[in-house]
Design a protein around this ligand. Structure first.
Ligand code: ISJ
Length: 383
């Protein structure tokens, strides 16, 4: 067979794969409806386990190794579960699936832009993008009704919590309605033909700079230029047309501005992932069939043991905490507000009781939102 003919056969096979993936997805959505009518949870790890074992067996017969089959089906199953969860949530909360207006940091090509695309691809036909220059502007867009949702990065595996966003949450009336984890792969990006040894200026968002601090220490005589977003940095490098100025951001984003990758994998942590939250004016209910997270803030006061007492309430109700963060309370020096993420549905009896008790033993408690957990831990195909 000629090269072109073989390639044509590969393209035909890929097209069939795409068709099969789309078919599998629509079957998964039908499964979700059937599960709801039978009061069954969306995730069924026993079924996933059986499926993986049987696929590994079938793969072996056709020369496909177990790891390859497992890796591919982890991606397919994760998509299937997230797709089902989004459908169930949309139905429960009467979401608009035609068009949503979403505010996020930066313009086309920023990390928040890609996260927005990923999150809403499962939830709406059309995204009306509202790129913003700051976290305050993003939140304001939703508060004033210019946008339906805002997407905000809240923590990252390299740089930790994004304090500015935590501080905004203390004062906003908006509710957290969703979360999303998204891999962040920082690259040095420059105009075509840029010579790394001649670089004088690196542009990016302060969070990106913080996540690449170790790499940047190795660059001498280079000025750091803090921009509003990674996409603003791309735009600047493109506009200046100076090959001594480069940006840090995602490869796909840089491409939109005609920039090329000079170096990859710049983050301090190899596994560099950001967690984003989605906020809206109206809180949502989370279907019982879906694992939920609740985020609340509390001020315990400064008496000895106050935080321990509060955390004991969670333990007494069998509620597990996935995150505890403290932030200063503006205007009250040395006093701290605690941010707590728990694996619980706000409408669970245990959670209702825990919040009642926390209300009585702390000085202030406010629920920031209850939303579906994005954590789809892959099922391992053990016998
Ligand atoms: C589709 C289903 O829902 C989920 C997704 C699965 C899949 O995509 O194969 C398997 C089990 C469930 O966690 C199902 O239960 O069959």
């Amino acid at each position: 067979m000629e090269l072109n003919d073989i390639r044509q056969a590969i393209s035909d096979t890929d097209q069939q794969l795409i068709g099969l993936l789309a078919k599998r997805r629509s079957l998964a959505l039908a499964v979700a409806t059937a599960k709801l009518s039978q009061n069954k949870p969306i995730r069924d790890t026993k079924r996933e386990q059986e499926l993986l074992l049987s696929l590994i067996e079938k793969g072996k017969l056709q020369g496909l190794d177990a790891q390859y089959v497992t890796r591919i089906f982890h991606v397919i199953i994760e998509d299937s579960v997230l797709q089902q969860q989004a459908q169930v949530q949309g139905q429960l909360n009467g979401d608009n699936t035609d068009a949503v207006r979403v505010a996020f940091l930066g313009g086309q090509g920023s990390y928040s832009y890609w996260a927005t695309q990923k999150y809403f691809a499962r939830r709406a036909e059309h995204i009306i993008e509202l790129g913003c220059d700051s976290f305050n502007e993003i939140v304001n867009a939703v508060e004033t009704g210019h946008a339906d949702y805002a997407l905000l990065p809240i923590e990252n595996t390299s740089s930790g919590s994004i304090n500015e966003v935590y501080d905004i949450l203390q004062h906003t009336r908006l509710s957290i309605v969703g979360e999303l984890t998204h891999p962040i792969e920082h690259c040095l990006l420059g105009l075509p033909g840029t010579d790394l040894s001649k670089i004088r200026q690196v542009c990016s968002h302060p969070q990106v700079i913080a996540q690449c601090s170790q790499f940047l220490l190795g660059l001498t005589n280079v000025k750091i230029d803090y921009c509003d977003s990674s996409s603003a940095a791309f735009a600047k490098v493109k506009a200046l047309q100076d090959p001594t100025i480069i940006a840090i951001g995602g490869e796909e984003g840089g491409k939109l501005y005609g920039l090329e990758v000079l170096t990859r994998q710049l983050a301090n942590q190899k596994h560099n992932v950001s967690r984003f939250i989605v906020v809206a004016r109206k809180a949502v209910n989370v279907a019982k069939a879906i694992p939920a997270k609740t985020t609340f803030i509390m001020y315990t006061g400064q008496q000895p043991g106050a935080l321990v007492e509060a955390l004991l309430v969670l333990r007494q109700h069998g509620i597990s905490m996935s995150k505890l963060e403290s932030r200063p309370i503006p205007g009250n020096p040395w006093e701290e507000m605690f941010y707590v993420d728990v694996a619980a549905n706000l409408s669970d009896y245990a959670m209702t009781r825990a919040l009642e008790e926390l209300n009585s033993i702390t000085k202030f408690v406010k629920v920031l939102g209850c939303y579906p957990s994005d954590d789809i831990t892959p099922t391992q195909p053990q016998n």
